[in-house]
Structures are given as structure tokens and as C-alpha cells.
Design a protein around this ligand. Structure first.
Ligand code: PLP
Length: 380
């Protein structure tokens, strides 16, 4: 078998390994309580599926402009204007099949071999894989639970070198559910380094109105998508908003590697932004209630959730007293209690000793799954 060094060095996405093991157990007839994946159980708001089907029936089945239908890009620009008060030229938007290809576009456009990207640790696992696969090197800004996972600005400055090509910020964050403060956003905006702002968990901020990096800097690269707040994971729809002078280079990468996002899925996205934004408030309240329920149940079994997430739908819990090896513990819990979680080590060295519990699942399953976990813990 011939494999490139690049292909050989890519690390597995452990959350998917757990999912596959969980599916195997489920195939053997076991009920699995899935707190592993960041995939909302709630169906997308009403009308989105119909808009997609309608577009297919109407023959919206051809390649679109490589950057996406201009009507859809206008709607995205209007959404950013209404939500964040920022003016965006629709020509600076590139519609992608999920946010993941948007990461590919941004990192492949910005990085030469050996270039550095500052990444908080813990991080979303694919971030590191994108950076390394595309020849870059991640420099970690270590976040500490005892500091509420806040970014230390002095420490961040000390990590900046001549090779730093970007800083990646995800707010609300996965796996922590932290939210960047306005002072952090202002600080980042004043650094002379491109900020890549992953805004995929916008719409799931429990404490305040979402803030886009674009409100602080016109030079940033925004990445966003429909998988989380709208629950449209399988539709595969996202976009990036980039500074005007980068558009030609990005368009060439998009044309060559992806051609365009699916036209009928763009129609679904247009419907979502035009008609379904009020639904997001209701969905957010459901997640918030589940968050509180899960925190309560974990605390009752002696697993204190020291950091209460302010956004997204994950609890990042210190489980080092049960087993400091999070990979081992996640598989133990899966095999013995049939509860799927994601080992903290998937999110980097600073995540070791933790498990990530996703509460993108209904209350009944949360209650039953937590009882199964409690019983497992009693026996260990
Ligand atoms: C922080 C973050 N960014 C991006 C993604 C990828 O999402 P998409 O489904 O749009 O590719 C995820 C998915 O879990 C995520 O957690």
C-alpha cells in the first residue's frame, strides 16, 4: 500500500471511534445513551426540508457560482447585518458544504509549510488536523479550568512569532462552552495577525447576544454553518466570510477542490435564515434546560461540573479521580454502562483527565443514561 506521509500522520477523530464502537453495541441489541457526538437530536425547524425538496423539484440541481448562489449570499450578508450590525459585501462570502471545507479553504490559503497557527488547548480535534495536514504547525495556548478557561493575553502575546500566520478562536467553544469577552475580541483585533473566528455555535449562547469577530475587525476570517443551531448536520452547509483582497485566491481553491456547494441545500439554508431565526431562541432554551439537568445529575453522583458552559451543548468534566486516562475511561463506560462520551484527550493534552458529555439529546435519555453511569460508578 502506498500512503503519503500526510495521510499516515493524520490522527483519528476519537469521537468517531467511540461512535463506531457504540454503533456496534447497538447492533448487538444494547440500548446506547449517546452523549458522545455534537449532533443535535432536534430536527431542523419546520419548512427547511420542504424548501430543499422544492428546490430539487424545481430543478435547482446544477453547479452554482463557485462562491454560492448570489441570492443566498445576499441573505447571509443581510443576516450578519441584522444580527451584528456589520456591512458585508456578498462577494466576500464563499458558501461551502459544511464548515469543514471552509477550514480547508482558509488554512490552505494562509499557510506555507512550517507556518504557525495559535490554537487554544483544549481545541476542536479537527482544527489541529486541518492545520497539520495543510503543512502548518499548531502553537498551543493552554487554558486552565481554575482560570475558567479564559485566554491569558500576555501568554498569547508570548506565543506570537514571525511564523504566526493566524490565531483560531471558537466562541462559543467546543469542548468548553466558553464565550469570548468583548475585551478579548478587541485585543485580538488589534494584533496584526489574521483571526480565524469559528462562529458555528452562534445561536447557542445562553448568557448574551452573540458577538461576531467582524464587529471588531474587518480583517478576520469568519467561519460559520448550519449544523449546530439549526441542527442541519447532514445537509452539509457552511460559509466563510473573508477580506476582499483574498477573494480571488479563495475562489480558485474552491473552484478546483469543491466546485460549489449543493444548490438545493443552499435553498434550504436561505429558507432557514429567512424564516427560522426565531426558532433558534426556543431551541436554545431546550438545550439550556438539558444543560442544567445534566449538571445536576452529574453532581449528584459526585462528578462536580466546576465550569458551567455559557454556550454550545457540552459539559467538560474532570473525571481524573475515576481514571486519569480518558480514552480508557470512555471505553470502560461505553462497554459497561453503554454510555457514550468523548475522551478529553481527543481535545488535546489539556483535555486529558476529562470526559466531554454532549447534551444534544433528549431529557429522558439524559436521565436514563445518567442512571446507568451512576450505577457503573457505584461498582468501580
Ligand atoms: C467547533 C466546530 N467547528 C466546526 C465543526 C464542523 O461542523 P460542520 O458540520 O459544519 O462541518 C464542528 C463540528 O462538531 C465544531 O464543533
Amino acid at each position: 500500500m502506498i500512503l503519503s506521509k500526510r495521510a499516515l500522520s493524520i490522527k483519528p477523530f476519537i469521537a468517531m471511534d467511540i461512535l463506531e464502537a457504540a454503533q456496534k453495541l447497538s447492533g448487538q441489541g444494547h440500548e446506547i445513551f449517546n452523549f458522545g457526538l455534537g449532533e443535535p437530536d432536534l430536527a431542523p425547524p419546520e419548512g427547511i426540508q420542504e424548501a430543499c425538496i422544492e428546490a430539487i423539484k424545481n430543478g435547482d440541481l446544477k453547479y452554482t457560482h463557485s462562491q454560492g448562489h448570489s441570492s443566498f449570499r445576499n441573505i447571509i450578508a443581510q443576516f450578519y447585518n441584522k444580527n451584528y450590525g456589520v456591512e458585508i459585501n456578498p462577494d466576500c462570502i464563499i458558501v461551502t458544504s459544511g464548515t469543514s471545507p471552509a477550514f480547508f479553504l482558509v488554512f490552505s490559503a494562509l499557510l506555507n509549510p512550517g507556518d504557525e497557527v495559535i490554537l487554544p488547548n483544549p481545541y476542536y480535534p479537527c482544527d489541529l488536523n486541518f492545520i497539520e495536514y495543510l503543512g502548518g504547525k499548531a502553537i498551543f495556548l493552554e487554558l486552565k479550568e481554575e482560570e475558567n478557561y479564559a485566554w491569558n493575553q500576555k501568554k498569547l502575546e508570548s506565543l506570537i512569532s514571525k511564523k504566526t500566520k493566524a490565531i483560531l478562536l471558537t466562541s462559543p467553544s467546543n469542548p468548553l462552552g466558553t464565550i469570548a469577552s468583548p475585551s478579548l475580541l478587541a485585543f485580538l483585533a488589534h494584533l496584526d495577525i489574521p483571526i480565524i473566528s469559528d462562529e458555528i455555535y452562534h445561536g447557542l449562547n445562553y448568557v448574551e447576544k452573540d458577538r461576531s469577530m467582524l464587529q471588531f475587525s474587518k480583517k478576520c476570517f469568519v467561519i460559520n454553518g448550519f449544523s449546530k443551531s439549526f441542527g442541519m448536520t447532514g445537509y452539509r452547509l457552511g460559509f466563510t466570510i473573508i477580506p476582499p483582497h483574498y477573494v480571488d485566491a479563495f475562489r480558485k481553491i474552491q473552484q478546483n477542490f469543491f466546485i460549489s456547494a449543493n444548490p438545493f441545500v443552499q435553498a434550504a439554508g436561505a429558507y432557514a435564515l429567512t424564516h427560522c431565526v426565531p426558532d433558534l431562541e426556543i431551541r436554545k432554551k431546550i438545550f439550556q434546560k438539558r444543560r442544567d439537568l445534566m449538571i445536576g445529575l452529574l453532581s449528584e453522583m459526585g462528578l462536580a461540573v466546576r465550569y458551567h458552559p455559557l454556550g454550545a451543548f457540552y459539559l467538560f468534566v474532570d473525571t481524573s479521580s475515576i481514571n486519569p486516562n480518558s480514552y480508557e475511561l470512555a471505553f470502560q463506560i461505553l462497554n459497561k454502562a453503554h454510555v457514550a462520551t468523548t475522551p478529553g484527550i481527543d481535545f488535546g493534552s489539556c483535555g486529558e483527565g476529562h470526559l466531554r458529555f454532549s447534551y444534544a439529546t433528549d431529557e429522558k435519555k439524559i436521565k436514563t443514561g445518567m442512571t446507568a453511569l451512576k450505577n457503573f460508578l457505584k461498582k468501580t
